[in-house]
Ligand binder design. Structure first.
Ligand code: SF4
Length: 239
């Protein structure tokens, strides 16, 4: 198959995937919880129409960098329908992406704000907002199929940035499912770690989640975020 034909097929498949993900109703608990955000009593920003559905990933299909968060924030991505858009974690993430050449603007607001990502695709391990930000094991397993579908379209990914331990574990589960690792326990989440697996072209980089809690407690600082993206750009420049 020619490269142009392959690209065409990927573009066609991708034109359907976000809708398929948004329509997913596989996890009863999460579907019920999502629906509660249609009621203004659960909305911190009732002036907005809440998305309140699974949130698909978005970005550059030719990306070398894939960022995986845990799940939509209740008042952020669950409201706007775009990963990391509308909450504190996203403010830091999108500012850093702009500062390091991955987007056209440092600030984001909603899906109509004109943001264009370059060389990066952003998604979550779990596409539905979970109560207390904690998806269950079966919910994470259910959603792994969607992560696999997204990754299947992203043929150029060289670096996978896992944000937080849960995202790291989801990606490791995917590697295990694909037979790319022998034992999941061989891979441990450590902030800043760079894992290169034999026979696997994607390099796994880990970071603490950019959550408001981690930022307020200075578990993670903006300086650390800058260093992280400098490292990622260095890895990508190595070809
Ligand atoms: S968490 Fe994933 S698998 Fe479960 S309902 Fe949402 S989109 Fe579907």
């Amino acid at each position: 198959m020619s490269t142009a034909r392959g690209r065409e097929q990927i573009d066609r498949r991708y034109s359907l995937l976000p809708e398929e993900i948004s329509s997913c109703r596989r996890c009863d608990r999460l579907v019920e919880y999502c629906a509660t955000f249609n009621d203004s009593s659960a909305q911190k920003h009732p002036e907005y129409h809440y998305w309140a559905n699974p949130v698909p990933g978005f970005g550059d299909l030719r990306a070398n960098l894939l960022i995986i968060g845990l799940a939509p924030g209740a008042q952020g991505a669950n409201r706007t329908g775009r990963p990391f858009t509308g909450d504190a974690a996203g403010e830091v993430l999108y500012r850093a992406l702009y500062n390091h050449g991955f987007s056209n603007q440092p600030a984001v607001r909603d899906r109509t704000d004109g943001l264009v990502l370059r060389n990066v695709f952003i998604t979550n391990a779990v596409k539905c907002v979970p109560p207390k930000n904690r998806p269950t094991g079966p919910e994470k397993t259910n959603c792994l199929d969607w992560l696999k579908s997204e990754l299947g379209l992203l043929k150029n990914v060289r670096v996978v940035l896992a944000m937080g331990k849960d995202s790291f574990e989801s990606y490791v589960n995917l590697l295990n499912r694909e037979g790319k690792i022998k034992r999941k326990s061989d891979l441990r989440f450590v902030h800043g770690s760079v894992i290169r697996l034999e026979g696997e072209r994607r390099i796994l980089v880990s970071t603490y989640h950019f959550s408001r809690y981690n930022l307020n407690t200075r578990v993670l600082t903006e300086e650390m975020v800058d260093m992280l993206f400098e490292d990622i750009n260095q890895i990508l420049s190595e070809g």
